[in-house]
Design a binder for this molecule. Structure first.
Ligand code: ADP
Ligand code: ZN
Length: 684
């Protein structure tokens, strides 16, 4: 018999329902499917999982997937099964029945993907089992967990190299961490130093909007950002545990559904938050970096960083958790001089060897350069990852070019103030000297007699603060922990001090930037009711199947449905994210929503209204109802009105709450009356 390897793009569309590969995916899939050793560095949300799932389906035997987080594994297994692929997981979270079923499927050689928690590798039973199971490939997710210097280090990951040797099969490692040191560590530990084929590309995430703001009442900055995105799932990253709790409370007080998450919480509480985040629509999690690798939710619509992350990689990884489904998502990063000091001292006071510290400072510098950028942020970000790009049109600087000025003289004055005071002072005191403010401290030290005293009249305090912050951002000066954070010059400052190089700084970063434009709508106003009806359907199906909504379809898929309005199952099948299995399972249900076909016949009450204005009104009430099926917050008990109740409303068009309440009863009126009245009154 002729053996043909199933074609990758055919499987891509029939199993996963995608009509094309994302950048970089096709080459990686080819290499992995061909059995070569691979290290792929892809951005979060770039579509890593597909790069081992698809080859696993293509290859004979079972692919072992090692992944650090149980929740993530269970999610992927669920997603694969929904797509009709035999997959199972062995984790400590399994029930004995689940474990038995996995063993059984392995025995019968049915399984295509077996997910294993790293701690399982320690048991000799696992190795024996894998030896018998016909393993043909090892895939390692979050491969940077082998790096001892990262905060995600997992000692059990060190056993993977031995497993690869024992099984004698190819290994494909995946990570979003781009820096060279981590890459070298991965090669050394997972591949015994034998260079794998490396893929490093596709770092652009054009659907993410990028923005930075200087801190200025940071709490209200975050609150107004969240307010513009009410009802959408988001993450707020904070530098400290305490802040996650105060900020979560502030968001709740502001009417959001929000909760805190950090490493100091009990494991059970953390799991509870992870579960809520995965299953609820519109929850905001306020978290430290501990909320990270397990976040596999593809429809996170925004990420805000309330404090500056430690490096450009950390920045990229955190914002990258938004918009994995490819639909538009927003990101905002707040920063200020305190953040810079904090991140510098964190590096200086850490235990890493000196080369490592220098590298960490450089990675922080790259992020600060991005924060203080004066043109397209994406260009700069991609430049760091070695890619070139045109201005993106989807960052704050593309939206509004910042005002800049030649700051060479101002910076020279500041540098000379630092030198003349012996590099022993922080920005506050230096600004006193520059602006000629005779504080006690200035007079005690005789700094009012320095030639630099009072030479900086061109700016007020705020202006000078902006200059000092940007000087730190450009790494011209660094706080010295041995001198209580006093600013000292770096080598980069010398040419400017000597007048051999100039420097341009931003003028406007401290100006209050009016009201921020509201978040972009996901679909046009016209398609919005259909999108919410589709979402309501998804929610109902997800509840029945007891899975997170996105396991049924992601936002992006629903958006495409709302926009293209497929009229048949054939057209439905062309939508990205609708694979064969999902088409069979859910296609008809969603098609009904789009075409409205099955609806009329199934509700005699609506049929009676057909062709009348009341029919249109009925449909509007129905879609408003779908939006509110779980209340304003999206978290209440599902509630809906009967078709005949809606028909009566559409027919009688009451415009006062009392009549509505009489028709619906108090409980339904509480939830729907206000929204219904808006519709009815507008119909006049
Ligand atoms: P990560 O690289 O962060 O692990 P995932 O593998 O979870 O990202 O993929 C992110 C999202 O992108 C998922 O919802 C996945 O279904 C989707 N995706 C992956 N590849 C494609 C593709 N070729 N076309 C459309 N969507 C894709
Ligand atoms: Zn841009």
């Amino acid at each position: 018999m002729l053996e043909t390897r199933p074609d990758a793009s055919a499987l891509l569309s029939s199993v996963f329902g995608f009509d094309g590969f994302r950048p970089g995916q096709a080459d990686i899939v080819d290499a992995v499917a061909a059995g070569r050793n691979v290290l792929a560095i892809m951005p979060t949300g770039g579509g890593k999982s597909l790069c081992f799932q698809l080859p696993a389906i293509m290859r004979d035997g079972v692919t072992v997937v090692i992944s650090p987080l149980i929740a993530l594994m269970r999610d992927q297994v669920r997603g694969l099964r929904e797509a009709g692929v035999e997959a199972g997981a062995l984790t400590s979270g399994n029930t004995p029945e689940e474990t038995d079923a996995v063993w059984q499927a392995l025995e019968e050689r049915r399984l295509k993907l077996l997910y294993i928690a790293p701690e399982r590798l320690a048991s000799s039973g696992t190795e024996r089992m894998l030896n018998r199971a016909g393993v043909s490939l090892i895939a390692v997710d979050e491969a940077h967990c082998v790096s001892q210097w990262g905060h995600d280090f997992r000692p059990d990951y060190l056993k993977i190299g031995a497993l690869r040797r024992t099984l004698g099969v190819p290994l494909a490692a995946f990570t979003a961490t781009a820096d060279a040191e981590t890459r070298d560590e991965i090669v050394a530990r997972l591949f015994d130093g034998a260079a794998p084929e490396v893929f490093l590309r596709g770092f652009d995430r054009p659907n993410l909007s990028l923005a930075f703001e200087v801190k200025n009442q940071p709490r209200s900055q975050i609150l107004s950002y969240a307010a513009a995105r009410r009802g959408q799932s988001g993450i707020v990253y904070c530098g400290t545990r305490a802040k996650t709790e105060t900020l979560a409370r502030a968001l709740c007080d502001d009417g959001h559904s929000a909760c805190a998450y950090h490493g100091g919480m009990e494991a059970d509480d953390r799991r509870h938050v992870e579960h809520r985040f995965a299953t609820e629509d519109g929850l905001i999690v306020v978290a430290t970096v501990a909320f990270g690798m397990g976040v596999d939710k593809p429809d996170i619509r925004w990420v805000a960083q309330a404090d500056l992350p430690k490096s450009i990689e950390a920045y990229y990884q955190e914002i990258g958790r938004a918009g994995r489904d490819g639909a538009p998502a927003d990101t905002l990063t707040l920063y200020g001089p305190d953040d810079i000091r904090f991140r510098r001292s964190q590096i200086d006071e850490g235990l890493a060897p000196p080369e490592r510290k220098a590298a960490d400072h450089a990675r922080l510098n790259a992020l600060l350069g991005l924060a203080e950028a004066i043109s397209c942020r994406r260009q700069k970000l991609l430049g760091y990852f070695g890619e070139t790009a045109e201005p993106c049109g989807n960052c704050d600087l593309c939206a509004r070019a910042p005002e800049t000025f030649d700051a060479s003289t101002a910076v020279q004055k500041a540098l000379s103030a630092i030198l003349r005071t012996g590099e022993w002072f922080g920005a506050g005191h230096l600004i006193d000297v520059l602006t000629g403010t005779g504080t006690d401290k200035v007079i005690d030290r005789g700094h009012d007699r320095l030639p630099t005293f009072g030479v900086g009249t061109e700016f007020d305090r705020k202006g000078w603060q902006a200059v000092f912050r940007q000087m730190m951002g450009h790494d011209l000066v660094r706080p010295d922990p041995a001198r209580h954070g006093a600013l000292r010059l770096t080598e980069a400052a010398r040419p400017i001090l000597r007048g051999e190089a100039g420097i341009t700084l931003r003028k406007d970063t401290l100006a209050r930037g009016g009201r921020r434009p509201a978040a972009k709508a996901l679909v046009s106003e016209e398609d919005a009711p259909l999108l919410s009806a589709l979402k309501a359907k998804r929610r109902a199906l997800a509840e029945t199947a007891r899975v997170p909504a996105y396991v049924i379809f992601t936002d992006r898929t629903l958006i495409e449905m709302a926009e293209t309005k497929p009229q048949s199952l054939d057209e439905m099948a062309r939508i990205s994210g609708v694979g064969a299995t999902k088409l069979e399972r859910y296609g008809a249900a969603f098609l009904e929503i789009v075409t409205g076909e099955a609806e009329a016949p199934s509700h005699p009450a609506r049929r009676k209204l057909a062709g009348r204005e009341a029919g249109v009104l009925y449909d509007r009430l129905l879609s408003v109802q779908a939006d509110l099926a779980r209340g304003d917050s999206g978290l209440d008990k599902p509630l809906s009105c009967s078709s005949s109740q809606l028909a009566k409303l559409a027919d009688l068009r009451p415009t006062d709450r009392e009549t509505v309440e009489k028709l619906l009863g108090e409980r339904r009126a509480d939830r729907f009356a206000e929204a219904f009245l808006d519709v009815l009154r507008a119909a006049g």
